[in-house]
Design a protein around this ligand. Structure first.
Ligand SMILES: NC(=O)c1ccc[n+]([C@@H]2O[C@H](COP(=O)([O-])OP(=O)(O)OC[C@H]3O[C@@H](n4cnc5c(N)ncnc54)[C@H](O)[C@@H]3O)[C@@H](O)[C@H]2O)c1
Length: 415
């Protein structure tokens, strides 16, 4: 077993920066390559890596060029959702032609835009014979790990398993144009952010001594709505943000979604997950909240309640930035600050786990089978919302289902 993993980043945008920052807490791995058709962006990420002393990555314009470098043992797919299949096809081709030494691939959430694509991703990674990690950072967040450990060791052990979880992720809207496009992203806020909440719910509710499949989804009800971004003023804002590419008077997507998933465990106990996501929350910044509830206990997490707050009076008139917390909406008043966002949100432990697994030749505990399962649950939520009724899981037709929001046929007034 080699003691050091050479890692290549595919994509050098917003999330790649988070991963680079998390690398300060990752052992036995160096960032050796960055590829992005936007070479300026790739160069910027290279400079950041050098500054953080996490690697001196070689910059490439293509996946093919990057993974031909024998120093690259594993890649992190950090490019937009609509590039997933083409990136994987390039990887498979290079491996089949014997031009790459890759042994692992990790992919950001969501694994794909719908079930058909997610199945194709799993098919391609198996054909390539690679170990695969699904980058769902929330199930590596230190507060979730600790909450789960304490609740299951003390509360559940003495009084019975938890029966209810509430997970929410809310902010004021995405930072890049392609996220706003239903077709490119795969949907609206449900596909973008409920992938986190669903997997966090499943993680908190599952007994870690048991298989993940010990928790079986039975029924799903869900609702989607456009509360903010189809209002005339905000339609104009989206047009501006996307350079005129996305027009929510014609092809709107949801900016609010909620779902209730009813699970059964091996003893036929009823267990419920309530998930809520929003692009219409304007607070100090990104808010992740969780509650885990059982017969004699509960745990709660809210990332906007950190130990550090700063106050700036109206005399402090700085430029807008995201230097206090992700998706920060203000630079004045009393504001929460996360001392280390990459750590709090789970990227450090996530990447440590992926690196260790790849070095040991083991499948990560969060992998593409989980990514596929989450995609199946997400698409079932869209189906339930479109049908306006509770549905059984898995619903018929799931394999070919593409939500109306991704096809540009959704009417937000039909609620
Ligand atoms: N875990 C999280 O909380 C979280 C947060 C944000 C984004 N994400 C996910 O990360 C992925 C990227 O999001 P982002 O916010 O960084 O987007 P972004 O638009 O900021 O960055 C994407 C980068 O990928 C590059 N790119 C485009 N096509 C490419 C290709 N074929 N090969 C290589 N690079 C390519 C773009 O030029 C851009 O630099 C998405 O799948 C998104 O869902 C996850």
């Amino acid at each position: 077993m080699s003691k050091q993993l050479g890692v290549g980043f595919i994509g050098s945008g917003f999330i790649a920066e988070f991963h680079a920052k998390s690398w300060m807490g990752v052992r036995n791995a160096e960032i050796k390559g960055v590829c992005d058709p936007n070479l300026k962006s790739a160069q910027r990420l290279r400079d950041l890596c050098i500054q953080l002393e996490v690697g001196e990555p070689k910059v490439s314009a293509s996946v093919e060029e990057m993974i031909q470098n024998p120093e690259i043992d594993a890649v992190w797919i950090l490019s937009p959702n609509y590039t997933r299949i083409s990136v994987m096809k390039s990887i498979v081709t290079e491996l089949e032609k014997g031009r790459s030494k890759l042994r692992g691939v990790a992919c950001e959430k969501p694994l794909a835009r719908n079930v058909k694509e997610a199945k194709r991703m799993v098919e391609l990674v198996k054909r390539a014979g690679l170990l695969h990690g699904y980058l769902e950072n929330q199930v590596f967040a230190p507060s979730l790990l600790r909450a789960k450990e304490i609740i299951w060791r003390r509360g559940a052990e003495l009084c019975g398993r938890p029966y209810l979880v509430r997970c929410a992720e809310e902010h004021s809207g995405p930072h890049k144009a392609w996220f706003w496009s239903g077709e490119k992203q795969g949907g609206g806020v449900l596909s973008d952010m409920m992938c986190h909440s669903i997997e966090a719910a499943r993680f908190l509710l599952t007994d870690s001594r048991k298989d993940k499949n010990s928790l079986r989804p039975c029924t799903i009800s869900a609702e989607i709505a456009s509360l903010k971004w189809t209002r005339p003023r905000y339609v104009e804002r989206v047009k501006k943000l996307t350079g005129g590419e996305v027009d929510y008077t014609k092809t709107p997507v949801e900016d609010f979604a909620r779902a209730t998933i009813v699970f059964k465990d091996e003893e036929q106990n009823t267990i419920i997950a309530e998930t809520t996501v929003s692009w219409g929350f304007v607070g100090p910044g990104l808010r992740l909240s969780f509650e885990l509830i059982g017969p004699e206990y509960f745990a709660q997490i809210n990332t906007l309640n950190p130990e550090l707050h700063v106050f700036f009076s109206r005399e402090v008139k700085g430029e807008a930035g995201e230097d206090l917390v992700e998706k920060q909406a203000s630079e004045q008043g009393l504001m929460p600050v996360l001392a280390d966002e990459a750590f709090t949100y789970g990227y450090v432990y996530e990447n440590r786990h992926m690196v260790q697994s790849f070095l040991r030749g083991e499948m990560p505990r969060e992998n593409w089978e989980d990514g596929l399962f989450v995609t199946q649950l997400l698409m079932s939520c869209y189906m339930a919302a479109e049908k306006k009724k509770k549905i059984k899981f898995p619903p018929p037709g799931l394999g070919d289902f593409v939500p109306q929001v991704a096809r540009g046929t959704w009417n937000p007034k039909n609620i």
